[in-house]
Design a binder for this molecule. Structure first.
Ligand code: ZN
Length: 106
């Protein structure tokens, strides 16, 4: 993907969705619960098989982010109110999740 494509704004969009705006002007609303489910950390994904090791049903439908932190120039770390904070989303993966799971706003 375009290496210059970076998120310019990540914020709460609604009580259940994250707003992600990108440097190419595209913006998406992505449900918190989907972002949480697709957490890329070693506790949520088998690093050898790439298989998701958490169950969708183990995630509270009302899960909310409590913090979003930039990691270098390539990713963001999202902390959740269920205490989970180890997931670091690379920008390209985050964009992919936006197009796959999100609602395109602009
Ligand atoms: Zn995780």
């Amino acid at each position: 993907m375009n290496p210059n494509l970076i998120p310019t704004r990540i914020d709460k969009h609604s009580p259940t969705e994250m707003l992600l705006t990108w440097s190419d002007g595209a913006s998406y609303a992505v449900p918190f619960v989907d972002l949480r489910f697709f957490c890329p950390c070693a506790g949520c994904v088998d690093e050898h098989t790439g298989e998701r090791t958490i169950l969708r049903s183990s995630i509270a439908p009302e899960v909310r982010p409590v913090g979003v932190q930039l990691v270098g120039r390539y990713g963001v770390q999202i902390s959740w109110d269920d205490g989970h904070a180890t997931g670091m989303f690379h920008f390209d993966r985050l964009r992919e999740l936006c197009t796959k799971l999100g609602r395109k706003l602009t």
